[in-house]
Design a binder for this molecule. Structure first.
Ligand code: FAD
Length: 317
């Protein structure tokens, strides 16, 4: 079932969904099941699986010199989506990114998803690799998420890269895109960012998932601005628990979002990370309750390594 169908069927009762990362290359899938199994009692409507590009690394050779190698540390998104649907009977949403992938590789991934009966994709641009300052598309790849969306739209219309394919099967992907309540860090201003978001929706995105935020007023203002700009699709809030003191600097630097003073003050008072988990859980619970009362379509939790914290929140809802 498509994400948009879940939302439409639920009417005003907020759904719950989770987001996970594929395991690091070389790790088995059991750690992922240990992560997800305890969350299944909350009956998520769908589970998102992130997509990862390869990174350049320098490896020391036997003679002491270094060689540059490309390593994709977290492959497996498509396979994990299929495994989730098979194990839990829950819909999976595969993330797709432009960065690091050619159009041909993207087409192959979409064909695999289609064969596996996975008809939900979250279409994203991706970021620059860690050691590069600016995002650069692959040669012949996509520069913006909207271009990747166009490729998915084409396949939904039976148009593949080889345009002369006869009677090519039309895929049936439901497409979601990302939105940024606190602005995408590269956008010159909120309005410009919103204009590009509207273009994605006008091009066929059926819903938006937001970047994480820790201050609900930012989400509410974003929804209001979207509606004023004529963006009328569901806007799913992305929620993440704070679990360590270190995150007070890592999260703003990595995700370009603010941590409210009241939250950072409470975290700074904590003696251990176990204390931080208590503060982070309570904060997330209050955020979730307020969002639920505001009748958001879905509460989407970035579980990333902290499923027990998310479980403790959803249990109280
Ligand atoms: P875009 O929509 O392409 O926007 C990128 C920037 O370009 C913005 O500043 C926008 O304002 C601007 N822009 C957009 N269109 C145009 C245009 N036509 N002309 C000029 N400027 C334009 N990353 C991963 O690598 N893997 C994941 O699985 C992943 N999952 C994510 C899930 C969510 C919910 C979110 C919020 C982010 C996720 N990311 C993931 C991170 C994401 O890839 C980055 O935030 C990336 O920098 C932007 O992606 P986007 O799809 O919003 O890009």
């Amino acid at each position: 079932m498509k994400v948009i169908e879940h939302i439409n069927a639920a009417k005003d009762a907020p759904l719950v969904s989770f987001e996970i990362l594929p395991p690091l290359k070389g790790k088995g899938i059991n750690a992922l099941w240990a992560h997800l199994d305890p969350l299944m009692e909350f009956k998520p409507s769908f589970i998102n699986v992130t997509y990862h590009r390869s990174e350049s690394m320098f490896k020391r050779k036997l003679d002491g010199t270094f060689e540059k190698v490309e390593v994709r540390k977290r492959p497996g998104t498509v396979g994990i989506c299929a495994a989730i649907m098979n194990r839990y009977g829950v819909d999976a949403v595969a993330h797709l990114i432009c960065g690091g992938f050619s159009k041909q590789e993207t087409e192959d991934a979409l064909i695999d998803l289609n064969f596996l009966g996975i008809d939900n994709v979250l279409v994203l641009r991706g970021d620059a690799p860690k050691n590069e300052a600016m995002f650069e598309p692959e040669p012949g790849g996509h520069k913006y998420a909207i271009e990747l969306m166009q490729q998915v739209n084409n396949m939904n219309n039976g148009i593949y890269i080889e345009e002369d394919l006869k009677n090519a099967v039309k895929t049936n992907f439901c497409i979601g895109v990302a939105g940024y309540p606190e602005k995408h860090f590269e956008a010159p201003n909120l309005q410009a960012d919103l204009n590009y978001l509207k273009a994605k929706v006008d091009a066929g995105a059926e819903y938006i998932v937001t970047q994480m935020f820790f201050d609900n007023s930012k989400y509410f203002a974003f929804v209001q601005n979207c509606r004023a700009a004529g963006i009328n699709v569901p806007i799913i809030p992305g929620l993440k628990p704070i679990s360590t003191k270190k995150q007070l600097s890592v999260i703003p630097r990595t995700f370009h979002v603010d941590i409210p003073e009241a939250l950072s003050n409470e975290v700074l008072k904590c003696k251990t990370d176990a204390d931080v988990e208590v503060v982070g859980t309570e904060w997330l619970l209050q955020q979730s309750k307020e969002l639920r009362a505001a009748k958001v379509p879905v509460l989407h939790y970035y579980t990333l390594g902290k499923p027990h914290m998310v479980a403790n929140v959803v249990k109280e809802m």
